[in-house]
Ligand binder design. Structure first.
Ligand code: TXA
Ligand code: MG
Length: 328
C-alpha cells in the first residue's frame, strides 16, 4: 500500500521529487483533481502511468510545467496561446499547441502526435515541477473507467495498491479537470470543458470554437462512457423512482425524493462552483450506496455547469465493453 504524506510536511516536496527522479509514480494534489505523476522525459516511468491506469496508449497525457518559459521550450505558443497562459496560469487551463522538434518530452506523453497539452497547475504540483526543473506528465489518478479523484483517500482506494507514494493536499478545490483548448494560428478551439468557463476566455475578446457534434474525437479522453460510476446514471430527473439514489442540485427537490436510497446535494444554494467541487466525491459516495441507478436533478448548462453536465452525460452514456472503453 502506498505511503501517504501530507503536502505541508517539510520533506514532502523532496520525497516526491526523489521518487519522480527515480522513475517512480507519485499521486499529487492539483487544484483540479489528483494527478498520477511521472517524469515526462522518462519513457518507462510514463509507461508506468498507462500500466497503473490500464489506459490505452493512444491517449496523450498533459505535461505539467512550472512557468510559461518551460512551456515555450516544449510547444509553439502564438500570441493567443501566450495571452491565455498569462491570464489563466497557474490554473485549470490546458493549452494544446504544436510540439517543438527535439524536446525532452517522451513521445508516450504525446502519444506520438505533433501536438502537446501543457498546463501550469497551482500549489504543490507547480512547486514540484519547479523543483524537478523538467515537465511532469500526469493524468487524473484513477484507473481507466473510474471517476477522477478529488482527495488522497479516493486515490488510495483506487490505485493505492499500485503506487508507492501519495501526497495528500486535502480536497481538490476546483473538483473538475482542467479546461482543454487547442490554439493554433490564433484560433481557440474548446476540446474539453472544465475548470475555466468558456465565457471567461470569451471575456478576453477571443472567440471560442466548439467542435460540431459528431466531429472526430480530438481529446481521446472525451469518448463517451469516460466517467462512468458502477451505477447507471439518469440525467435531468424531475422525479425519483423508489430505490434510486439522488444527486440533487439547488434548493428544490425532485418528486419522490423521500423514497430515494440516498440523497446528496451538489450545492443546496445552486452554486455551480460548489457543485463542480463536489461532483466526483458525491458520485463516488452515491455509487457506494449500491443503488442500480443514480438520478440527477437538472443542472443549468451555463458557466461551470457546462463541464458538470459534460461529465454527467459521459457517466450516463451507454457502456461499451471493457475492452472497447478508451478513456483516461
Ligand atoms: O485537470 C486536469 O487536467 C488533470 C490534472 C491532473 O492536471 N489531468 C487530467 O488528465 O485530466 P487526463 O489525462 O485525465 O486528461 C487529459 C486529456 C485527455 O482527454 C487527453 O486525451 C487530452 O487531455 N490530451 C492530451 N494531450 C492532447 C493533445 N496533444 N491533443 C488533444 N488532446 C490531448
Ligand atoms: Mg482522467
Amino acid at each position: 500500500m502506498a505511503t501517504i504524506l501530507k503536502a505541508d510536511e517539510p520533506d514532502a516536496l523532496a520525497r516526491a521529487a526523489e521518487a519522480l527522479d527515480a522513475g517512480l509514480l507519485v499521486a499529487i494534489p492539483t487544484e483540479t483533481v489528483y494527478g498520477l505523476a511521472a517524469d515526462a522525459t522518462n519513457g518507462e516511468a510514463v509507461a508506468g502511468i498507462f500500466e497503473v491506469k490500464g489506459r490505452p496508449r493512444f491517449n496523450p497525457l498533459i505535461a505539467h510545467v512550472a512557468s510559461l518559459e518551460m512551456a515555450q521550450s516544449i510547444g509553439v505558443f502564438d500570441e493567443t496561446a501566450v495571452a491565455l497562459a498569462r491570464r489563466f496560469w497557474p490554473g485549470p487551463l490546458t493549452i494544446v499547441v504544436p510540439l517543438k522538434p527535439d524536446t525532452a518530452i517522451h513521445p508516450l506523453v504525446t502519444a506520438g502526435q505533433d501536438t502537446v497539452a501543457l498546463r501550469m497547475p497551482r500549489g504543490f504540483g507547480a512547486a514540484l515541477v519547479a523543483r524537478m526543473g523538467r515537465p511532469v506528465a500526469a493524468p487524473s489518478a484513477n484507473r481507466s473507467g473510474r471517476i477522477s479523484p478529488t482527495s488522497a483517500e479516493a486515490v488510495a482506494a483506487d490505485i493505492g495498491d499500485r503506487i508507492a507514494l501519495i501526497i495528500d493536499g486535502g480536497a481538490a478545490p476546483v473538483g473538475v479537470e482542467s479546461t482543454i483548448v487547442r490554439v493554433e494560428d490564433n484560433v481557440v478551439r474548446l476540446l474539453r470543458p472544465g475548470g475555466v468557463a468558456a465565457e471567461e476566455i470569451e471575456a478576453m475578446g477571443l472567440t471560442v470554437r466548439r467542435n460540431a457534434p459528431g466531429a472526430a474525437v480530438e481529446a481521446p479522453g472525451m469518448l463517451a462512457s469516460h466517467y462512468a460510476p458502477a451505477a447507471q446514471v439518469r440525467l435531468n430527473a424531475i422525479r425519483v423512482n423508489p430505490g434510486e439514489a439522488l444527486l440533487a442540485f439547488g434548493p428544490d427537490r425532485a418528486a419522490g425524493h423521500e423514497t430515494a436510497a440516498a440523497v446528496l446535494n451538489l450545492s443546496p444554494d445552486g452554486n455551480l462552483a460548489e457543485a463542480a467541487a463536489n461532483l466526483f466525491a458525491h458520485l463516488h459516495a452515491l455509487d457506494k450506496a449500491d443503488a442500480a441507478m443514480i438520478a440527477v436533478e437538472p443542472i443549468p448548462a451555463t458557466g461551470l455547469g457546462e463541464a458538470i453536465n459534460d461529465r454527467l452525460a459521459r457517466a450516463a452514456a451507454p457502456r461499451h465493453g471493457a475492452g472497447a472503453r478508451s478513456e483516461d
